[in-house]
Design a protein around this ligand. Structure first.
Ligand code: ADP
Ligand code: MG
Length: 458
């Protein structure tokens, strides 16, 4: 291990003690120390937002930790953005800075709240920040707090459905609305936006529409993946974006996918999007799921026991909308029965919901999980290797495939390197027998793997 690596390890180890696991994973884990030169220490970071966030939140922790490790009184900390990961700022031309004209100072709010089209129930306060959404949350808050000066323009949040994109971008709008009465805000879904553009083109009033948009300081457009294929309006859209951008307006967007993955989206629009900040939301981890469930129950004054919270968190890991659905379903039963729901009742009520969420479990996934569990390369499950460890893992994987999936033993055999169906049955029976005889080691192992399967299926 090189000296730099050793110092990096030491640094991360020390700094871990100051942060919670989520923050550590998001902000510190991806860092690399790439150079130490006299008093200067250079970190490679994945994106500009890492630099801003670390400078804002962890400056003194960084300085003190480095002082301790390197013995330097005043270490100079440099950050270099890793161009491979910083898709956020790629193509950003140095000369292209928006005019940031102080539009709002000359006018008072012309649109009442209703005209913003925002949903008031989405705020930063009722959004649980956790693993998977931390960067998106922090960038959104930064945009909301620095609406006229932010560099994150446009801010684009992408990620799967039900993971909080609409919530976060609406929270920006609500925050700004509450904090500055001079700022005019507009929230639109992209289909409405496109529809309006089409109508204005048709009525030859597109310039009026642009002028109208120019009265807005913050424009939020939700679900831009629907721009794709709208060729006629894309051209206009591009000009409108430029218009807003160069007039100092902030644009905030959401999408189900990274712009690069939206085929048939105008290339110029893609690069326009990339000039700001692109950040994603990913499914929350167990801890975050539990916190979200607690919050959602609290919001409706539903007192939920901890074992039920953990049962839902362990069994639903698709997205937040599904977590909310489970809370609401239990609450519905609770308010109808008018009595407390225990864990067994909760399991019964949620049975269907949970089964339907498991539908994507497949042979490949089981092989992944089992090889991880046994710490052996996955491909050995398919090969002829007969060492005890591999053979055991293979038998467990075959047992799980036969009991957890509707697949036939013939098709399972095919996925294990073309083995006979009788081999699959034999292996599965062997495990089943051990379980029947309550062999403690096998019982515990299968239980643990099933837990992992529950957590990772969606
Ligand atoms: P998306 O736009 O990504 O499809 P939404 O923003 O509509 O997802 O979120 C779906 C539901 O989940 C909303 O009711 C939202 O309030 C809730 N939600 C999502 N993420 C969180 C979170 N981290 N904390 C609290 N609620 C959340
Ligand atoms: Mg949405």
């Amino acid at each position: 291990m090189s000296d730099l690596n050793k110092i990096e390890l030491q640094f991360k180890d020390k700094i871990k003690g100051f942060l919670n696991q989520n923050s550590y994973n998001t902000w510190i884990k991806p860092l690399k120390i790439v150079l130490i030169d006299n008093e200067k220490i250079s970190f490679q970071v994945p994106s500009k937002i890492h630099i801003d966030y670390i400078r804002g939140q962890y400056k003194s922790v960084f300085e003190n930790t480095l002082k301790e490790i390197l013995g330097n009184e005043n270490p100079v900390i440099k950050f270099l953005i890793d161009s491979d990961t910083d898709f956020n700022f790629e193509n950003k031309p140095v000369t292209e800075t928006p005019l940031k004209k102080a539009k709002s100072s000359s006018k008072t709010r012309i649109a009442p709240y209703k005209e913003t089209s925002l949903n008031p129930k989405y705020t930063f306060e009722n959004f649980v920040m956790g693993n998977g959404n931390e960067t998106a949350y922090v960038s959104s808050l930064q945009v909301a707090k620095n609406i006229k000066t932010t560099q994150y323009n446009p801010l684009l949040i992408f990620g799967g459905v039900g993971l909080g994109k609409t919530h976060l971008v609406s929270a920006i709008g609500n925050y700004v609305f509450d904090s500055d009465p001079n700022i005019n805000i507009l929230y639109l879904t992209s289909d409405i936006f496109v529809q309006q553009i089409v109508n204005h083109i048709h009525h030859k009033t597109i310039d009026n529409y642009k002028s109208y948009l120019n009265t807005k300081d913050l424009i939020i457009i939700d679900d831009i993946q629907f721009f794709a294929k709208k060729e006629k309006s894309m051209e206009e859209l591009f000009h409108i974006f430029n218009y807003i951008y160069y007039n100092g307006g902030q644009i905030v967007l959401t999408s189900d996918f990274h712009p690069n993955e939206i085929h048939e989206l105008d290339e110029r629009l893609k690069s326009r999007f990339k000039m700001g900040l692109i950040t994603d939301v990913r499914p929350p981890d167990l801890e975050t799921r539990a916190a979200i469930i607690r919050l959602k129950a609290e919001e409706i004054n539903f007192n939920m026991e901890d074992d039920i919270v953990m049962f839902i968190a362990n069994n639903i890991n698709t997205n937040v909308r599904d977590l909310e659905g489970a809370v609401k379903k239990l609450y519905f039963h609770y308010s109808h029965l008018n009595k407390e729901i225990g864990i067994n009742k909760a399991k019964e009520i949620l049975k269907e919901l949970i089964t339907s969420k498991k539908s994507t479990l497949n042979i490949d996934k089981i092989q992944d999980i089992v090889s991880d569990f046994f710490s052996i390369p996955k491909d050995l499950l398919m090969k002829k290797t007969r060492t005890k460890e591999v053979a055991d893992a293979r038998a467990v994987a075959m047992y799980l495939c036969t009991t957890q999936l509707k697949a036939t033993t013939t098709s399972i055999g095919v996925h294990f390197g073309g083995r006979e169906h009788s081999t699959v049955s034999h292996a599965a029976n062997k495990i089943q027998k051990k379980l029947n005889s309550k062999d403690p080691e096998t019982t515990k192992m299968i239980e643990e793997i099933l837990n992992v399967i529950n957590l990772s299926t969606c």
